[in-house]
Design a protein around this ligand. Structure first.
Ligand code: SF4
Length: 902
């Protein structure tokens, strides 16, 4: 019999950040086996960061949601669709359309988003559809609309190559948008006179490329940019002709900007006048300036004002609509912009039309031929979950997102969902905290299976292609929506059979009543409305607008100095810093900010499946400045108990040189599935921007106290285990199972603890009383099932070693002695993995540097390969090289110190 062997390489788009890189995926016999960057994709030109590089590790697996479930019973997809429709219809009948809601996601495709928005706004008749993109970039959207008259990003990635000054505000691009960061590095290498200024309370990895780092106090950005506007005015750097002919409200903004002297700005921001003057002077002198901003600006009670403070400076200096210049908000999600195009936010209609404008509502209803139309804006994310909690919203359909983990004030979100009459969750992975609250679970397709389009941060529409079939009964979100819509009685508007039909309808709507006798809207892809299915399948990346005037797309906006306001002029928005924020409370003296790790994305439902990606940072952490570590009395191995008025978390502390004193930082990724005590959203406050509704995830006052564990635990198990300890974190370990790092506060008797983990097999254990160490191995059928190591200090054994003894060729008999004695072979003592692509550890690098003290980054790459693939680790490699060059403490000094201590 001849086995069928099918292999293809297809181009698709990365499902993580808003850079939107092209990915060439190799598919063999319905399995994605390898990926590499697409050479001809304009976003990445063949490169991928570490997350994209390891995409193939994250597909497949046995943790997919495979069947529809209604009230705990597995049912057919048809029955599940009918159950959703009946429950929604009943609630609408009894309580009206505003009693139901959708909470969707920047991870779904534009076609999914379009159908969801159409169903809610044009057929159910409510605008209660909001998205997790509200947490990502809604402040940037509102600021663009206030100032430019439209949610239109003026710039493009090529501007990074062309600019003479790059300002990064609230963005750790080196970790969050690595491919753009590498483009910035390249721009600096090509043009050494390029000035790069980083504005961020933390000295993050991105500061690696900084000519100047301004470590401002969290939340003080408005004072900084108002100070810049005032400086531009005072120093004759205003583009008078541009301001006079193409803008309005300049005078009002100028008055607001003059509120503080340079000395006052310096005091408010916590940076020196000299550094401020340097930044302002460079801005004045630069022929072109690009301001690149992200969640550090958006996620704030004054997120919209912060964005407008930045835009004001670009308008004053005429730095917009020109190559290398403009305000450039970067999205954190793969399709945040696609969602905005179809009206996936509760305060938008479709195709960039406004809910408040009667004519727009009529146009959309006319186009859809729909039975109804929402009349007012719906509930934004935080308000929506408050309304669920109060019982105003009685049914919610959550799609491709994990609000229990990501929304502020987790306790309140859990209570809201627990009390909600009908919670529907569409999800692809079982490792999602929100699933625990679902009455109805709908199995969804994921990356590699989904088929449609996404739009990245530079308005570029790319195809995300369906490469393999979804497993089990999983379906695409647009299919679920279509089936539910039809079951609700809306057959006419939802007879889609392929995403192509949805896309061309969306493209036609974008050109509907747009231009000619009607006012122009920026979002117009009517040039794609006639695509055939084959053309849609083959669609190459293209930047909107795409219409008769711009059939090949539009790289840069506002070159004609015409804006989308009623007057055609851009608006200055006067902004004033509202002194931050919560009442000063001595009980909560620290400011907690949050963000991401280099190798993880969001709540790790996907990246958390890759052992390679887990190797760089194996646990959550709270980063503290060295002086704060000392002041708080932390010692090595302690946990940090962090409390805000809304909740508390417990996680390991890390001393971080780049952390601003008085502030601390925690990553956002951990959930009840992976480290239940470390979900940082428990501490977030529900405060949000009054205009955008975006929650303030970058500022909450907390108390911090060290907690010293009595024992630290390290466990490697073939199967999931249940741990009843105050702190634990889980990670995948290559080829050998699941790793756990844990700590107990109360003393735990090791043998009893071991027995609670499993009784399926025979335990062999060894106690080293003087050192307080305990080691145990669980054997079953001659195989090692589990290893457990306990000790008073946090000395973890190398995971690669533990993993290696579980792999083929090593008998349990051979392995057991060294394991119990913790006899680590030399080759496994390589320390924290720095280069995930080639698995190069810190100790290997420092050992090489000790022999080659003058080695450069390139030398390291040649010798060890580290940093030569995706490049994401290059900032860390540079730091290690710098540390290795630092003067060493002399032997004489050590002897002296030791003598003194003795
Ligand atoms: Fe994906 Fe990395 Fe590109 Fe972002 S930068 S789209 S995570 S490959």
């Amino acid at each position: 019999m001849t086995a069928h062997f099918k292999q293809s390489v297809q181009c698709t788009t990365c499902p993580y950040c808003g850079v939107g890189c092209g990915v060439d995926a190799t598919v063999i016999n319905d399995k994605i086996t390898a990926v590499k960057g697409t050479q001809h994709h304009p976003a990445n030109r063949g490169k991928l960061c570490v997350k994209g590089t390891h995409l193939a590790d994250t597909v497949g697996g046995d943790d997919r949601v495979l069947n529809a479930v209604v009230d705990g019973e597995v049912v057919s997809n048809e029955l599940a669709s009918r159950a959703v429709a009946e429950r929604f219809n009943q609630i609408i009948q009894e309580h009206g359309p505003d009693a139901v809601a959708f909470y969707v996601s920047g991870q779904i495709l534009t076609e999914d988003y379009y159908v969801a928005n159409k169903l809610m706004k044009g057929y159910i008749g409510s605008a209660n559809i909001d998205t997790n993109s509200r947490l990502c970039m809604s402040s940037a959207v509102a600021a663009y609309k206030r100032s430019l008259g439209s949610d239109t990003v003026p710039t493009c990635y090529e501007d990074i190559d062309l600019t003479q000054m790059l300002v990064l505000v609230g963005s750790n691009a080196a970790w969050t948008h690595p491919i753009l960061f590498q483009r910035m590095q390249q721009a600096k290498a090509n043009n050494p006179s390029l000035k790069i200024v980083i504005i961020d309370p933390r000295e993050s990895a991105t500061c690696d490329i900084a000519d100047l780092h301004l470590p401002i106090k969290p939340g003080s950005d408005i004072a900084l940019f108002n100070g810049l506007l005032d400086f531009l005015i005072e120093n004759g750097a205003v583009d008078d002709a541009f301001v006079a002919h193409h803008t309005e409200q300049f005078r009002q903004a100028a008055v607001s900007a003059s509120a503080y002297s340079l000395a006052e700005v310096s005091a408010i921001c916590g940076v020196s006048q000299k550094a401020l003057r340097q930044f302002y002077q460079w801005f004045v002198e630069a022929p072109s300036t690009l301001s690149f901003y992200s969640q550090g600006v958006n996620q704030s009670v004054q997120g919209v004002d912060k964005c407008n403070a930045i835009i004001n400076c670009h308008l004053a200096s005429g730095q917009i609509g020109k190559p290398g210049a403009g305000p450039f908000s970067i999205t954190g999600q793969p399709n945040a912009m696609g969602g905005r195009e179809v009206g996936g936010l509760a305060n938008m209609l479709a195709a960039h039309m406004n809910i408040e404008t009667t004519q727009h509502r009529d146009w959309v209803q006319d186009f859809w031929q729909s039975p109804t139309m929402c009349h007012t804006a719906g509930l934004k994310a935080v308000d929506l979950f408050e309304a669920i909690g109060s019982g105003r919203v009685k049914a919610v359909w959550i799609m491709a997102t994990n609000p229990v983990v990501s929304l502020p004030n987790r306790n309140a979100i859990e209570q809201a969902l627990a009390s909600c009459e009908c919670v529907v969750v569409s999800e692809c992975f079982t490792q999602n905290d929100t699933l625990a609250y679902a009455d109805i679970i709908l199995p969804a397709s994921t990356w590699g299976e989904k088929n449609g389009t996404v739009t990245n941060s530079e308005r570029c529409i790319s195809r995300q292609r369906g490469l393999i079939a979804p497993p089990g009964q999983a379906q695409h979100d647009w299919q679920w929506l279509t089936q539910v819509a039809q079951a609700m009685g809306f057959v006419e508007g939802f007879n889609y059979t392929h995403p192509h039909g949805i896309f061309v309808e969306h493209a036609r709507l974008s050109g509907w009543c747009n231009g000619g006798d009607y006012p122009f809207r920026a979002f117009d892809i009517s040039g794609l409305a006639e695509l055939t299915r084959a053309q849609y399948d083959a669609l190459a990346p293209i930047q909107w607008p795409v219409n008769q005037e711009h059939p090949y797309g539009t790289q840069r906006m506002f070159a004609d100095k015409r804006f989308f306001t009623e007057t055609g002029k851009a608006r200055f928005i006067p902004v004033t810093l509202q002194q931050h924020q919560e009442p000063a409370d001595k009980a909560y003296p620290w400011i907690l900010t949050s963000g991401r790790y280099r190798d993880q994305w969001h709540t790790m439902t996907r990246t958390g499946r890759s052992a390679t990606l887990a190797a760089n940072q194996t646990e959550p952490m709270l980063a503290l400045a060295p002086k704060d570590v000392e002041a708080l009395g932390f010692v090595e191995g302690d946990l940090a108990q962090v409390k805000s008025p809304y909740g508390q978390i417990l996680l390991p502390f890390t001393e971080a040189k780049g952390q601003r004193q008085g502030t601390c930082f925690a990553p956002i990724h951990w959930t009840a599935q992976t480290a239940p005590s470390a979900n940082v959203a428990r501490c977030y406050s529900p405060r949000k921007d009054a205009i955008s509704g975006q929650p303030d995830s970058k500022y909450v006052q907390v108390s911090i106290a060290p907690v010293t564990p009595t024992q630290h635990w390290q466990i490697l198990s073939r199967l999931e285990i249940s741990l009843d300890l105050p702190y634990w974190a889980k990670l995948p370990v290559a080829q050998s199972g699941i790793g756990y790092v844990a700590a107990s506060i109360e003393a735990v008797e090791p043998v009893s603890f071991m027995n609670t983990l499993s009784s399926d097999g025979e335990w062999v254990h060894l106690s080293n009383q003087p050192k307080g160490q305990f080691s145990a191995v669980l054997l079953k059928d001659g195989q090692i099932q589990m290893m457990v190591f306990g000790q008073p200090s946090k000395d973890l054994l190398p995971w690669p070693w533990l993993s290696s003894v579980r792999q083929a060729g090593v008998s349990a008999k051979e392995a057991i002695g060294p394991l119990l004695l913790r006899d680590v072979p030399l080759e496994f003592s390589q320390g924290q993995t720095i280069c995930s692509c080639f698995k190069v550890g810190e100790n290997t690098i420092t050992s090489h540097l000790s022999q080659h003290p003058h080695a450069t980054l390139e030398d390291l790459g040649k010798a060890l390969q580290c940093g030569t693939n995706c490049g994401s680790c290059r900032p860390e490699l540079k730091q290690i090289i710098e540390r290795a060059k630092a003067p060493r403490v002399s032997l004489e000094h050590i002897i002296h110190t030791t003598n003194t201590l003795v």
